[in-house]
Design a protein. Sequence first.
Length: 145
Amino acid sequence: MVTEAEALEHCVKKTLYNIVGTVALLLGIVGIFLPLLPTTPFLLLASACYMRGSHRMHQWLMNQRHLGPYLRSFQQGRGIPLRAKITALALMWTSLTVSMWFAPLPWVRVLLLVPGIAVTVYLCRTRTLEPGEPMPGRENQIRRE
């Protein structure tokens, strides 16, 4: 038999997981546009939190049109599409270069290299999704030749 205290504790935990998941999701989305915020870890954290806090939110995230296929592919260990890697690296290094150009202090310019190099190494070491291999959830899409 579940006591009132246990039920309250369960409710509080689920609420906290949902709050942390939502904050992580927002940071992940912001990280798409800002080079210093890593997108993938925040999206994976959001997924893990929603899995424990809200089945409905987890399903929504995993089936979301833009983020869902990448999350499913990553979680299944299938890799990241080459096009996504190239796009991420190009956008990241472009924004880092612009940031370095406007940075007033030389040490800030050098400091901006740290996340750039780390993300580049991470993406290069992460498995690349094979060109003919469909993204999870997009198996029925017709490939344009």
